[in-house]
Write a protein that binds this ligand. Structure first.
Ligand SMILES: [Zn+2]
Length: 251
């Protein structure tokens, strides 16, 4: 048992150069290496409930999250997750939820092709969790408390209606939150993820859970997780230059 767990953040699995891109081949190799190294995933909800109860996390465990809801999560990540019986939480920017038939897609974000509700339902049936990521992906700290409340709570409602299941988790767009948005997510969700770089521990704020953006794991760093049962990961995270952190801020 261990006192911390990495919550990995991916956005889009593609070979582009954007900070939000992560190569699909490296993802597949990384997950294979982790699986062969004896690592397994626990769900974000499970990690949050362990942290809330101040109980330790299972040894060699980690959490996978995907932000935004790109179609390549279904095409590139889902088969890999299924192969190793890994689970993940996918945070969806839902739009107004007027169209959630199987063929309808999430509203386009940053020019990417998004998941269809049919793809979301297939993954949901296979045990992938879905969390809310607002209606339109705004910077919540720039909105009135009323608008922020609507963006946060209504996106949860869209997913719950479309999937017929409760939604436990939220991720702040761009990782940005303030006292208002924090108060709203405390009311609406069991947990919420920030983009602050760090490992999830029992002392973390359950509504601003730190994560490790996959951007920091490019190259061969994802494999470093396997070689290190924890402590070297702390060192790895501490070694991320400040300039790199700044470059990522606002993604
Ligand atoms: Zn996002």
């Amino acid at each position: 048992m261990t006192g911390f767990i990495p919550v990995l953040t991916f956005h889009s699995l593609d070979d582009g150069r954007a900070p939000t891109s992560f190569g699909p081949a490296l993802f597949a190799r990384g997950m294979e290496t982790l699986a062969l190294g004896g690592y397994r995933t626990i769900s974000l909800a499970e990690a949050a409930s362990l942290a809330a109860a101040k109980r330790p996390f299972p040894e060699k465990s980690f959490v996978i999250t995907f932000d935004d809801g790109y179609r390549n999560v279904y095409e590139k990540a889902f088969p890999v997750l299924a192969e190793y019986s890994f689970t993940a939480t996918v945070f969806l920017t839902t739009g107004d939820g007027a169209r959630t038939a199987d063929g309808d897609r999430l509203p386009e974000l940053f020019g990417g092709e998004m998941l269809s509700w049919g793809e979301i339902r297939i993954m949901n049936d296979a045990g992938v969790d879905f969390g809310a990521h607002t209606l339109t992906h705004p910077d919540l700290t720039q909105l009135s408390p009323e608008d922020a409340a609507r963006e946060i709570a209504a996106s949860r409602g869209v997913i719950e209606r479309a999937l017929g299941a409760p939604v436990a988790a939220f991720a702040y767009p761009y990782g940005k939150y303030d006292a208002h948005s924090l108060a709203i997510t405390r009311r609406e969700f069991a947990c919420a993820c920030s983009d602050e770089l760090g490992l999830f521990t029992a002392s973390a704020n359950l509504h601003a859970i730190p994560r490790v953006d996959a951007f920091y794991l490019r190259g061969e760093r994802l494999f470093g997780l396997v070689r290190s049962p924890g402590l070297p990961l702390y060192i790895l995270l501490r070694s991320v230059p400040r300039t790199l952190r700044r470059r990522l801020a606002g993604v």
